[in-house]
Design a binder for this molecule. Structure first.
Ligand code: HEM
Length: 355
């Protein structure tokens, strides 16, 4: 079962300096042992994927609130070297994912009842299909909203993602007790890029493209301790607004300390950026790790407070021009996001293209 790519991942994991290397290595080890046992498992056909896609599209059409959850789940499933259909809900980094996991269990059951053999649709494959369906829906929501606006961010091109199948679930799917370290908004830019290079072999440009997923959804104090919608009023819309509000001079950004947040589960200091339009209305929210794609925040090593104010005295980050490119060209970003999102969801698995 292990091919050259898998072995490379092993080697890379064994070279990791990070403290989470051991836990992640365990995740991969149990995954590969399990994969070896079930190497003969079947893969999905085009007709079966059509059933899966219909089940998911129908659900997201009526429940666009789940669009951001499904996209976040796909990322969290693939942290640690492989997408294996398993999430540890005791890990605070996964707070907020319980409902979407339960819903996707139900929808996978619907697909199986509609004729897709259970062996052909692992959780990991189903979650990947769900993420694609979620982005498709987010684009439709964005374009529908655009009918009422005449803004340069309208006309979001179709996602046109291919679906790849063949991921293996961990033995306890959809849950696991393996502890992984997820990226934290207190990381500086170097740590963010190291994280994505280590686990996904992504370039800085790919990381900037992938981070645009934060155009969707919001942070909740009860989950992460952070708070607010990334793009105000557009939490279910999938487009390049993550980049446009970051680069729009009409938005003033204030660094806010959430340490006093009354129901924060996590007592460590939490700085985020609140954006306000020139008329005083809210524009959105950014984590430090988001703004680090554009600015060198010179974070305080202890408190993770920015050492400068964005749009005033922060120097450009090395990747600032990429943010501007994506802000100015929706199609360019969508093409690069599609490639990196698919690569993220293929990490550590021998996947084959279904459609
Ligand atoms: C440096 C890397 C990243 C950090 C630090 C980070 C951090 C966070 C945090 C703190 C939240 C809020 C969770 C909550 O309170 O419910 C969140 C939400 C989200 N993240 Fe990330 N994230 C990162 C990368 C990614 C990537 C690569 C993706 C997908 C490709 C992604 C997709 C999402 C989505 C869609 C949400 C919104 C979920 C919702 O509305 O419930 N994130 N992220």
């Amino acid at each position: 079962m292990t091919d050259g790519k898998d072995i490379a991942i092993y080697i890379k994991a064994s070279e990791m300096r990070n403290t989470f290397a051991v836990e992640s290595f365990n995740k991969m080890k149990s995954f590969f042992l399990f994969s070896a046992l079930f190497a003969a498992s079947l893969s999905m056909t085009v007709d079966q994927y059509a059933i899966v896609k219909t089940v998911l599209d129908d659900y997201f059409e009526l429940n666009a609130t789940f669009v951001p959850f499904a996209v976040r789940l796909a990322f969290h499933d693939c942290v640690g070297g492989v997408c294996d259909g398993c999430i540890n809900l005791d890990n605070d980094s996964n707070n907020g994912l319980a409902d979407v996991i339960i819903k996707l269990e139900e929808l996978r059951g619907d697909a199986i009842a509609a004729g897709v053999p259970a062996d052909n649709i692992t959780r990991a494959d189903f979650w990947s299909a769900a993420a694609i369906a979620a982005v498709d829906r987010g684009i439709k929501v964005a374009n529908k909203a655009c009918d009422k606006r005449t803004a340069p961010f309208c006309n979001v091109p179709p996602f046109n993602a291919s679906f790849f199948a063949g991921r293996q679930d961990c033995s306890s799917a959809p849950y696991t007790d393996i502890i992984l370290d997820f990226p934290n908004p207190t990381m500086d830019a170097a740590d963010v890029f190291t994280f994505f290079d280590t686990w996904f072999s992504f370039s800085k440009r790919q990381v900037v493209a992938l981070m645009g997923a934060h155009t969707l959804g919001s942070a909740k104090r009860a989950n992460s301790g952070y708070a607010g919608v990334w793009v105000d009023g557009e939490a279910r819309e999938f487009d390049n607004r993550f980049y446009t509000i970051m680069t729009d001079d009409a938005v003033t950004w204030t660094n806010v300390d959430l340490v006093q947040a009354p129901i924060s589960k996590n007592p460590d200091r939490k700085w985020e950026w609140k954006g306000t339009w020139s008329d005083g209305s809210p524009a959105g929210m950014m984590l430090n790790t988001d703004f680090e794609m554009r600015f060198d925040l010179a974070l305080n090593a202890t408190t993770a407070q920015s050492g400068c104010q964005v749009n005033s005295d922060c120097a450009d980050a090395e990747t600032a021009s990429i943010v501007t490119e994506f802000a100015n060209d929706q199609t360019l970003w969508m093409n690069e996001f599609r490639e990196v999102f698919q690569a993220m969801m293929a990490v550590g698995s021998n996947v084959t293209e279904v459609v």
